[in-house]
Ligand binder design. Structure first.
Ligand code: UTP
Length: 289
């Protein structure tokens, strides 16, 4: 059986849509209630059976490394064993976390190129550092859905969802002959089309990439926004290999936008047993105000 064991999580982008906070705090460390986005992403990877993660950080993003340091003086000075710290320790026993540095934020494709040694010839998953999926109680959600498809047919898979046509210029958009099934082969992909989008099926930050992506990316020219785009590398792959798009279970939120961040916070709050009662009351008050 073909099992994806590695995930790359790029978090080294500029995050300009969430300025000013992203001036000093990377998007992936923003809290959804009390837990940073990156922790949800690692939990999603673990549920998919992945046991190795490479987080691509910028040169100054050592706060991500600090977050997962459970031997820090802060932890040592705590007067008791908090379950929240135990949770981080448990995550680290289930998934080995390593880091690579992207010197300059010159595109997602460039960030992925930093993972070539980590992949070490294997195919791998990618979870974008600012797209969080709320499972809504599903066993297989987010990247797990793509890993399941890969088990039977190991090729490229892109997580997609339908977006309003007027928002297609904000996403990588796929082209196919038939969009009816839950997953389908694609024959084109374009990053943030300014007009005439080929569909309204948008990439949502979940990918299974074959190891061949590194060669394609090395042969890809700078694209949208003068950045090396993963989308353009995948477009090259499409000329020779099978690439599928697939809907995934759960609801995806782009926490790199203000509205997406608020929506994610509300969605996750609704799933929290410890908040449920108070939060339901709060929602009622809001609805009546
Ligand atoms: P985005 O497309 O959201 O770009 O990146 P961004 O630069 O982070 O944000 P804005 O547009 O300025 O607000 C998608 C994911 O890819 C990572 C980001 O950190 C995010 O997780 N990324 C992007 C990199 O790691 N390196 C890059 O050069 C670009």
């Amino acid at each position: 059986m073909n099992q994806i064991k590695k995930v790359v999580i790029p978090v080294a982008g500029k995050g300009t849509r969430l300025l000013p906070i992203t001036k000093t705090i990377g998007k992936t460390l923003l809290p959804i209630i009390d837990t940073p986005v990156i922790q949800y992403l690692l939990e999603e990877a673990i549920k998919a059976g992945i046991n190795e993660a490479l987080i691509i950080i910028g040169p100054n993003q050592t706060d991500v490394i600090d977050y997962f340091n459970t031997e820090s003086s802060y932890v040592k000075n705590l007067n008791r064993d908090y379950k929240e710290i135990r949770t981080i320790k448990k995550i680290k026993t289930k998934i080995n976390i390593s880091y690579a540095i992207q010197e300059e934020p010159c595109g997602l494709g460039d960030a992925i190129l930093k993972a070539e040694d980590f992949a070490n010839g294997n195919d791998f998953a990618v979870i974008l550092g600012d797209d969080v999926v709320c499972s809504n109680g599903m066993k297989h959600y987010g990247i797990s859905c793509l890993c399941e498809l890969y088990k039977n047919n190991p090729c490229y898979y892109l997580g997609v969802e339908e977006v309003p046509f007027e928002l297609t210029n904000k996403y990588g958009i796929v082209k196919a002959t038939n969009y009816d099934k839950d997953y389908f082969p694609i024959n084109g992909i374009i990053e943030k089309p300014s007009d005439n989008p080929p569909s309204n099926m948008a990439c949502i930050g979940r990918y299974i990439l074959k190891n061949s992506i590194f060669e394609y990316l090395k042969n890809t020219n700078m694209g949208y926004n003068n950045e090396l785009q993963l989308t353009d590398g995948i477009a090259l792959a499409l000329e020779k290999e099978e690439v599928f798009a697939s809907k995934v279970n759960g609801v995806c939120y782009d926490v790199g936008t203000k509205l997406g961040y608020i929506e994610a916070t509300i969605a996750f709050a609704k799933t929290r047993d410890d908040l449920k009662e108070d939060f339901d009351k709060f929602l009622e008050v809001m609805a009546n105000s």
